[in-house]
Ligand binder design. Structure first.
Ligand SMILES: [Ca+2]
Ligand SMILES: [Ca+2]
Length: 194
């Protein structure tokens, strides 16, 4: 029953994916203590297709992070951390990548995800930056709860769950925020081109 339902909704799931392929789903910017080696970012592929993210970039107010050359499977998350051992200290396992070179400011910062053409495909800001009033206390994270853009799509002060995209809905339910037929046709055209 569940499988049949998922299949029936597939076109609209694809419509959702056409909005941005890969999104930021969690940011851990306020690590315990004064060092800066435990920060991390979680990315998620909500689409039904694999997405190669080599050439994607993430900017904050001071720097640029070149996302690893990697292909994300449908529904896969990856965690990009500043430091493997720092991350391990907190969670008891290692991040997918440990080359994050951004300093995620506790008093307001932002992340802008761009595809290889430079087009912005996602963003998040916190602690008042750009008027986004989401925030995390020390040791907590901000987490996305929907595919929508804007601060309402995010939750403050969450218990970190690196590698787990929740509370964002599973792909079969993302149709609720899909962009409709136009988005689907756009996606279809794109898939024919490549
Ligand atoms: Ca920080
Ligand atoms: Ca997560």
């Amino acid at each position: 029953m569940k499988l049949k339902l998922s299949f029936a909704l597939l076109p609209l799931v694809l419509a959702a994916s056409a909005q941005g392929t890969v999104i930021i789903t969690e940011v851990f910017y306020d690590e315990p203590g004064r060092e800066v080696k435990k920060e991390w970012i979680e990315l998620y592929n909500p689409s039904s297709d694999s997405v190669y993210i080599g050439g994607y970039t993430i900017n904050d107010d001071k720097g640029t992070y070149y996302v690893p050359s990697y292909t994300m499977a449908p529904g896969e998350t990856i965690v990009c951390a500043r430091d493997s051992s720092g991350f391990y200290d907190l969670y008891g396992f290692y991040p997918d990548f440990d080359d994050l070179n951004l300093f995620l400011r506790n008093r307001g910062d932002y992340l802008i995800l761009r595809d290889p053409t430079g087009a912005q495909i996602d963003m998040v800001a916190w602690e008042g930056k750009f008027g986004w009033n989401i925030k995390a206390d020390e040791g907590k994270s901000i987490q996305r709860r929907s595919l929508a853009q804007g601060p309402d799509a995010w939750l403050s002060n969450r218990e970190p769950n690196p590698g787990d995209p929740s509370p964002i809905p599973e792909p079969g339910t993302l149709v609720l925020v899909g962009s409709g037929l136009a988005g689907f046709l756009g996606y279809f055209r794109k898939s024919l081109d490549t």
